[in-house]
Write a protein that binds this ligand. Structure first.
Ligand code: DGY
Length: 348
């Protein structure tokens, strides 16, 4: 906790953040910062309202919190003029509820693009090549010597990767898979990503010049087209009413029997119970999941699936990224409590 002289803006930070710059920014902007030391990882609304108290100028909150009418009303009543979500995703924030109370909302894009794409790539490779299954096989003392048939997985080279959502993170992941593994790309996004397409076409030219097989890129009209065609499908869309349960029983049935499905976006984009059933019935189908439908819970049976690689929502977890997110979140709040627009404001 940092105390400035009287009259300082009071800023509540609902979870301690990595790095130091964020605190320096807020302090330099004349804020008194209070970092919650609450032992629960996920704070409920009652706890957050207590933290807001009678006087609070701004909050840096977490993606695990439910920022809707109740919390924005409490923040407004306390004189708040800033909310910054410590994440790029903001499905936990009802932005119109903030906007109608005159509270600007910020998020933290950019710094986590490559970091998140790296986890999606790591999950892709781990799932395709059965890395985690093989690791536990070793640790459990089952390895008795090299065998021609031991842990045969799927080769990515020259196959087709599909992405749903070709924004910053999707495009970064696509480049990693196309350049790293010479994969063809199919993508679904309501908007074409012409820069990504040009990049891949130029890369393909380079391959051709050096006598290698070129790669192709195509934007699909439907998600179904991506699912039918791709050997690997990775989700990089926002969670909203259009993408909730985007991957359901019917769409899973369209995918190749030995496809790899990756999700480092938001858990509810997949009907997790349907995925578990599909994977139980199709042991060659693999999934790499960073996010879950009802975190921290997982659908029954998921943790028992050998064909799933599961990690606890760590896509942005590098120190550089997490402290960069904190810096952005602090800059957003520091600006707004001083009457300026947020650096990354979602409602303008
Ligand atoms: C985000 O930013 O939305 C991630 O889920 C956490 O970094």
């Amino acid at each position: 906790e940092v105390h400035n002289e009287d009259g300082a803006k009071r800023v509540v930070v609902t979870k301690n953040l990595p790095g130091e710059r964020w605190l320096q920014i807020l302090t330099a902007a004349g804020c008194r910062v209070e970092v919650s030391q609450h032992p629960d990882i996920i704070l409920d609304n009652a706890t957050i309202k207590k933290l807001i108290g009678d006087k609070c100028d701004g909050v840096i909150g977490q993606l695990t919190e439910d920022w809707g009418s109740e919390l924005f009303e409490a923040l407004k009543a306390a004189g708040g003029t800033a909310y910054s979500n410590y994440a790029v995703g903001y499905n936990n924030v009802k932005v119109p509820e903030a906007t109608k109370r005159g509270i600007p909302v910020g998020n933290t894009p950019g710094v986590l693009t490559e970091t998140t794409a790296e986890i999606a790539a790591a999950l892709t490779l781990a799932a395709a090549r059965r890395v985690v299954e093989a690791d536990s096989f070793m640790r459990n003392g089952h390895y008795k010597g090299w065998l021609p048939t031991l842990f045969i997985g799927s080769l990515l080279q020259n196959k087709t990767v599909g992405i749903v959502g070709a924004g910053r993170i999707g495009a970064a992941y696509a480049r990693m898979m196309v350049e790293g593994h010479k994969m063809n790309l199919v993508y679904y996004d309501p908007y074409p990503n012409t820069r990504l397409e040009e990049y891949i076409k130029k890369y393909s030219e380079l391959l051709r010049h050096s006598g290698e097989a070129p790669v192709a890129v195509r934007r699909c009209e439907t998600v179904e087209e991506v699912l039918r065609e791709a050997d690997v499908v990775s989700l990089h869309c926002n969670l909203d009413d259009n993408t909730r349960h985007l991957i359901n029983k019917e769409r899973l049935a369209l995918m190749k029997k030995d496809a790899v499905l990756v999700n480092a976006a938001r858990g509810p984009c997949i009907d997790e119970a349907a995925l578990v059933k599909h994977m139980q019935e199709n042991p060659d189908f693999r999934a790499g999941l960073d996010v879950f439908e009802d975190e921290p819970a997982m659908a029954p049976g998921l943790a028992q699936l050998p064909n799933a690689v599961i990690v606890p929502h760590i896509a942005s977890a590098s120190m550089w990224t997490r402290s960069g997110m904190a810096t952005l979140a602090a800059a957003n709040v520091a600006a707004c409590v001083n009457g300026l627009p947020a650096f990354n404001q979602m409602d303008i």
